[in-house]
Design a binder for this molecule. Sequence first.
Ligand SMILES: C[S@@+](CC[C@H](N)C(=O)[O-])C[C@H]1O[C@@H](n2cnc3c(N)ncnc32)[C@H](O)[C@@H]1O
Length: 272
Amino acid sequence: MTTEEKPELKQFLDAVHQVHGYDFTDYSEASIQRRINHFLLLKKIDGMEELKKLVLKDEKLFEEFVQELSVTVTEMFRDPTFYLSLRRQVVSQLATYPVIKIWIAGCATGEEVYSVAILLREEGLLQRSIIYATDINQKSLSHAREGVFDIDHMKTYTVNYQKAGGKTAFSDYYTANYNAVIFDQSLRQNIVFSPHNLSVDKSFNEFQLIICRNVLIYFNQRLQNKVLNLFYESLCPFGFLALGNKESLLFTDKRNSFEDIDKKEKIYKRLG
Ligand SMILES: C[S@@+](CC[C@H](N)C(=O)[O-])C[C@H]1O[C@@H](n2cnc3c(N)ncnc32)[C@H](O)[C@@H]1O
């Protein structure tokens, strides 16, 4: 297909990829179009042609565009039964490794990462764990590094934490300061926050556990498949892949390379 024959959206995403190195071409079309429409309205930009001109030459606007494309909705101990399952079905096997390397891909503003760190602390594993928390969105990563969250969310997070099998008072992990809370510095010691783009970047280590929840839903089938291959290659033999209840391995070519650990929470174990 020549460039002239490609639909407008595809042409635009190809140009963004060429100029900025960010590849959104295999994101789910419906969701990306919705986000672009919202961005056009927000910035009062008159259609895709103008958006293309502006985004290709204006770095700052491009950064804002990336923000718009990255849905950062998240929570601490989101879907608490997922964490219960990690505690019950994964932790004892992680404990057999002298050093536990965990990759949390698409970590947004870090709520999921602090939740995993708390769980590991309570299971006596945080000291010998290294959590690599990555996202495409630099602004979200800065927020995550600070470990400061809105005090208004703590009620919901406390309930989630309890349902997730939390072993103490949730407030033991943070200090309140006016409208915000700051999470315990010691939780962050073993966390490395870093940019990583699942659509273009390679693996960077070998992990005993990879968690990637509520991210693949924004990708089309081809990109989901590519990312699941990346996860497969990044896991040690018998390592765990945790996708959460909204995604699955079902339609990917790696389906037979994993055994089910929890069918509802979509936790898998790499075969050999
Ligand atoms: C809805 S949040 C999920 C946050 C968290 N995992 C959770 O379940 O609560 C989706 C995250 O995926 C990130 N994301 C989207 N495309 C990505 C890509 N290509 N590489 C890495 N992260 C990406 C977004 O920036 C966003 O922070």
